[in-house]
Write a protein that binds this ligand. Structure first.
Ligand SMILES: [Zn+2]
Length: 113
């Protein structure tokens, strides 16, 4: 009983705290880079999904309006009639709509692969 009370009062030694901090550091060193990679991949996928929506809206616009392959749609012509709201790149890239015969692209993430 006396021994247990003495141990409970003692708390952690410096070495024990250093080992815990080291383990937490190792876990963060593993988790943070993979989390950053997942975050980047998600943003690229979201951007390419936006470009697919823009391309679909562009095709619909061209069909409805009877446009030529070289005609370029403006974002105000596509939204809100063919796309509810013109999307923006999650990382702030600028979308180039281009003629409806070519795929749209992002200044950061390029075209949909
Ligand atoms: Zn983008």
């Amino acid at each position: 009983m006396l021994r247990a009370a003495r141990l409970a009062r003692r708390g952690f030694t410096l070495v024990e705290i250093m080992i815990v901090v080291l383990i937490i550091g190792i876990l963060l060193g593993i988790a943070v880079p993979s989390w950053m990679k997942i975050r980047q991949t998600t943003r690229i996928k979201a951007c390419h999904e936006n470009l697919r929506l823009v391309d679909n809206a562009k095709q619909q616009w061209a069909m409805d309006q009877g446009k030529e392959a070289t005609d370029v749609a403006d974002s105000t012509e596509l939204a809100p009639e063919y796309i509810k709201e013109f999307p923006t790149c999650p990382e702030g890239g600028v979308y180039t709509i281009g003629p409806h015969s070519t795929p749209s692209s992002c200044s950061i993430h390029g075209q949909v692969p």
